[in-house]
Design a protein around this ligand. Structure first.
Ligand code: GLP
Length: 239
């Protein structure tokens, strides 16, 4: 240790350099240049390796980013939350062509589970829409969605939309946040037939309750082929 055993962690040179750089870049706009290694070497009278160590720590923390051949810059804040995406968006994002095949779409009456989830009364009118979702021409998932009919006048008249979330967006009800429950399971014989996998093959079940601001607009069950689908999440610090 450079300054002897009694020196605390703040006495370490690389920590001093790191904390100095942290204070210099605090509030700096993303993309602005961080102090150069040469500057820091001169300022602190330390080895280049010590400066490197300090900068590495700030890069690892996500405060700085290195651009090869250009230098070190104040990083753009990382987006931590996963945006609420539709199947259509999710597949396009993966470079795949999404499709929506309606298996049935009908008016129904809410059972206790759906009623509770949508904040309506048992027996109220709902829309039950079942689809096979394909990507690049092959089955990806089966989706059952339950919607509050009162919120969606005329939904069952005319053709069904390709994207539910686009339709909800047009009505000013695009989901802004969701509760998802994810579970591993195996396909039933019927699901296996629809998904074109072996009966008993692994599937991923996703149950969703989607809200547009404070209003529950959708309850859904999606069953994905586990050989084709990986769920991607970005989690960050909560409130
Ligand atoms: C995802 C969600 C479903 C939602 C669907 C909408 O798959 N898990 O709850 O209904 O997206 O997708 P789209 O807008 O492509 O119809």
């Amino acid at each position: 240790m450079e300054q002897g055993v009694t020196v605390g962690v703040r006495g370490l040179k690389h920590v001093q350099v790191r904390e100095y750089v942290r204070s210099v870049i605090a509030g700096g706009s993303p993309g602005s240049a961080a102090p150069s290694e040469r500057e820091l070497v001169n300022l602190f009278g330390v080895a280049r390796m010590t400066v490197r160590q300090a900068m590495d720590a700030l890069v690892a923390e996500g405060l700085l980013e290195r651009v090869p051949g250009r230098g070190t810059f104040v990083a753009r804040p990382r987006r931590t939350a996963t945006p609420v995406t539709s199947f259509t968006e999710e597949m396009r994002h993966r470079g795949m062509l999404p499709e929506s095949v309606t298996l049935f779409a009908r008016r129904d009456q809410a059972g206790p589970g759906v009623a509770r989830a949508l904040g309506i009364t048992v027996g109220d009118a709902i829309i039950h829409w079942k689809r096979l979702r394909r990507a690049d021409g092959a089955p990806m998932c089966i989706e059952d969605v339950y919607l509050n009919e009162v919120l969606l006048p005329g939904f069952l008249q005319g053709g069904m939309p390709t994207s539910l979330y686009d339709d909800l967006a047009d009505r000013g009800m695009r989901p802004t946040w969701v509760e998802d429950n994810i579970a591993a399971d195996v396909a039933t014989a019927e699901e296996a037939g629809q998904l074109e996998i072996a009966s008993g093959a692994a599937v991923l079940r996703q149950q969703r309750r989607a809200f547009a601001e404070e209003r529950a607009v959708e309850v859904s069950r999606s069953t994905y082929r586990s050989d084709r689908f990986t769920l991607r999440l970005r989690l960050g610090a909560g409130e």
